[in-house]
Ligand binder design. Structure first.
Ligand code: FMN
Length: 185
């Protein structure tokens, strides 16, 4: 597929199943991630790749966070959060490792990881896989970060749910570009 068509046809699939990318494909996907713009080449992005029993472990982390931190949570909600990681066979946790730098503020380092996330989504699509970026209460959450063994300067920007798209394919909405672009000629 032409690069531009890959960009124009990427979407977030409704359902993701096995197979997920093998390690050789993941190498390519991470290389794509590290082609994101990166001020001063600080390399702020980190990833935790979760599959197999790791999905159970993440589910346990989500469950105990909710049980211990959300007052009066209903059993139904608790079950929903516990089951969340099972919505894809692989999850990539998006992390920004923030370092002090005289000209690269924290937000720029997070922007770089966000750009890396989009490169991952595009690489997945190019390799006939799919990904969905999800955040919710488990992103930018110091308790979850600690439970995943991260340091205080490492922030979770979200979770990329990864797998093979199945079922109904979402129609890509058309966008009236002129509504969003002004010109200064
Ligand atoms: C930073 C960020 C966080 C998101 N968090 C969620 C989320 O928690 N749950 C969700 O269903 N979609 C979330 N989305 C949106 C989906 O990833 C997706 O972009 C959206 O469903 C639109 O589909 P499309 O990518 O096919 O246009 C998030 C997107 C971004 C950029």
């Amino acid at each position: 597929m032409k690069a531009i068509d890959n960009i124009l046809t990427r979407n977030s699939p409704i359902k993701l199943i096995k197979p997920f990318p093998d390690q050789k494909q993941m190498e390519i996907i991470y290389k794509a991630a590290f082609r994101a713009p990166d001020h001063a080449w600080l390399r702020p992005s980190r990833f935790i790749q979760i599959s197999g029993d790791g999905i159970n472990k993440l589910s346990e982390i989500f469950y105990s966070y909710c049980k211990n931190n959300i007052k009066n949570i209903s059993e139904e909600k608790l079950k929903k959060y516990k089951n969340a990681p099972f919505r894809a066979p692989m999850i990539i946790v998006l992390i920004s490792n923030i370092t002090e730098h005289p000209s690269v503020p924290e937000h720029e380092q997070m922007f770089s990881t966000a750009a890396a996330a989009q490169n991952i989504l595009l690489a997945l699509h190019a390799l006939n896989f799919g990904g969905i970026w999800r955040t919710g209460i488990f992103a930018m959450n110091p308790d979850i970060e600690r439970a995943l063994g991260l340091n205080k300067n490492q922030k979770i920007l979200g979770y990329l749910y990864v797998g093979t798209p199945t079922g109904k394919i979402k129609k890509i909405p058309s966008v009236e570009i002129k509504k969003f672009v002004t010109k200064l000629d």
